[in-house]
Write a protein that binds this ligand. Structure first.
Ligand code: GLN
Length: 546
């Protein structure tokens, strides 16, 4: 007898040996496979740091801050869940130690534990279990919960204890442990080594977790001997030692790789769920398109201030890749540090690119370089996409150099500017606390007729995600409009400017929102797609002269 479908099953994914193994991509890839086998999947990340959410961390710490539709500032792995698994995330999809402790301490202050000593076990672990249970629901079949950090970290312990207890309560047929580990290749020995994985599983075992499935990241294929060794010492069945070979070409290969090894089938069987057919042909076609870019290369300059860290602009880079897939072109990203432009000018860094993208960011470092990049794009007709801070820089540039508003600026960078073309809204001026207080999440945007944005979206109203404090200052709207700035997107209720364009420019669109958070490999975001299309068109004359 199969389990009735209303029982929500849980999969817990832990990581071992080293960080950055790609737990998020593995979790998301499994999520995709299970969803494509007809199960309703939800995904969640538990992060063992003390920040209440990722919003107060610099991108240099953990990469970009991903924003959900309901306005949570979260770990970037949620981006993988939404893009790869196609699973919508909410505020409940990401809990941190800080958030868990805040709830426990607030309850203690309210007398919620009156008379008791409040402890990590059971009070903190109960709170973690409640966070996991918050993912359950009548219509949810499978919840995948990824535990951040690495087995052996002090910070992870309460989370590991909580998932141990959780599985104990729901039973083996309703809960699975997957451990993602590294099987390093040691050059001097010319061999793959299984010992770190054995030790990592050993750590989990001391706290009562025995992984059911081992997913092994490796540079080379595991031999039968490696698998036997891992199975024997890690206490897993031989066929449940799954390998995850480094994908040289695309992370979107990972789901297909896992499917080839039957990982999703084993999971369903262990969870006592029917193995329904897997239809993933669209994903295969998408991957084939990505790996065979018939239309050549489009080179896009990403002018940022955190470019040295690969993950800092994760969603932006992914969205560019998606647009490339849609156009069957390889989008090559030229990462440009905006401070370098400040020192040496645009030419050495932007020469020859087919499009310029200025992404979001905070603080005044590198701002003048971004403004110079916007000017370069405007005056030379290079396709330009400005996102959030990128739009603010484009507006400042236009105010200074087209409208003659000397020293125009955002009050974020120059509080005494005579022309605050970007400024705080009244409600933000009253806001002293930094955490979770920006304009966050999905807001509607009315798109003007006969604009580039309208052509891209093909819709008069869209919903896009936001994460910013400052806004275009509507006092300057008329003046800028007269000089050729097009106000293409406006919030229908507040009148806040959400997107601007330049009349007479081949493709210059800048938006206050973050379109990158709603792009996926199967459905490139319209603005990114249109931008890359414009970059391809821009590239053509250059190709002819070569
Ligand atoms: N720093 C700017 C603001 O707060 C832009 C934010 C962003 O780019 N996400 O408005």
């Amino acid at each position: 007898m199969k389990t009735p479908p209303h029982v929500t099953k849980h999969i817990f994914i832990t990581g071992g040996v080293v960080s950055s193994l790609g737990k998020g991509i593995t979790a998301a890839s499994l999520g995709l496979l299970l969803a494509r086998r007809g199960y309703r999947v939800r995904m969640q990340k538990l992060d063992p740091y003390l920040n209440v959410d990722a919003g107060t961390m610099s991108p240099f710490q953990h990469g970009e801050v991903y924003v959900t539709a309901d306005g949570a500032e979260t770990d970037l792995d949620l981006g993988h869940y939404e893009r790869i698994a196609g699973v919508a995330c909410t505020r409940d999809s990401n809990y941190t130690t800080g958030r868990i402790y805040s709830a426990v301490i607030a309850r203690e202050r309210q007398g919620g534990y009156l008379g008791k000593t409040v402890q990590v076990v059971p009070h903190v672990t109960d709170e973690i279990k409640a966070a996991i249970a918050s993912m359950d629901g009548g219509d949810v079949d499978i919840v995948i919960t990824e535990i951040g950090g690495t087995a052996g970290d002090i910070e992870s312990l309460p989370f590991l204890e909580a998932i141990r207890e959780y599985r104990q309560a729901i039973g083996r047929q309703n809960g699975l442990f997957i451990h993602l580990t590294l099987v390093p290749f040691i050059k001097a020995a010319g061999e793959l080594k299984t010992k770190p994985s054995q030790q990592s599983v050993g750590i989990l075992r001391t706290i009562g977790i025995i992984p059911d499935i081992l997913v092994c990241r490796a540079e080379q294929h595991l031999t039968r001997e490696h698998r036997e060794k891992l199975a024997l010492f890690c206490n897993v069945e031989l066929n449940l030692v799954i390998e995850e070979i480094d994908v040289a070409r695309s992370i979107y290969e990972v789901p297909l790789d896992l499917a080839r090894q039957g990982a999703d089938v084993y999971i369903l069987e262990m969870l006592d769920l029917h193995v329904r057919p897997l239809d993933i042909r669209d994903w295969e076609a998408m991957l084939a398109a990505q790996l065979n870019p018939e239309s050549g290369v489009a080179e896009i300059a990403l002018v940022g201030k955190y470019v040295s860290l690969k993950d800092a602009y994760k969603s932006v880079c992914e969205a560019l890749t998606h647009a490339g897939i849609a156009h069957r072109v390889e989008v090559r990203i030229r990462r440009v540090e905006s401070e370098d432009i400040e020192k040496q000018g645009c030419e050495p860094f932007l020469q020859g690119v087919h499009g310029i993208l200025v992404p979001g960011g905070f603080g005044d470092r590198g701002i003048e370089g971004k403004i110079a990049a916007a000017q370069y794009a405007r005056t030379r007709g290079v396709p330009f996409l400005g996102i959030c801070l990128g739009m603010q820089c484009a507006v400042i540039e236009f105010a200074r150099n087209v409208c003659g508003l000397d020293r125009a600026n955002s009050t974020e960078f120059d509080p005494d500017t005579p022309h605050p073309v970007v400024d705080l809204m009244e409600e933000q001026k009253r806001q002293a606390a930094k955490g979770g207080t920006m304009r966050l999440g999905l807001f509607p945007c009315a798109i003007g007729e006969a604009t580039k944005a309208r052509a891209a979206y093909g819709a008069a109203e869209v919903g896009e995600r936001h994460r910013h404090r400052y806004e275009f200052n509507n006092r300057y709207r008329e003046q800028m409009e007269t000089r050729g700035m097009v106000f293409a997107g406006v919030n229908p209720s507040s009148g806040l400017v959400e997107a601007v364009e330049l009349a007479g420019h081949p493709w210059f669109v800048a938006c206050q929102f973050h379109p990158e958070f709603q792009s996926s490999p199967l459905k490139a975001h319209p603005l990114f797609s249109s931008f890359v299309g414009a970059a391809m068109a821009f590239r053509a004359p250059a190709c002819r002269t070569e």
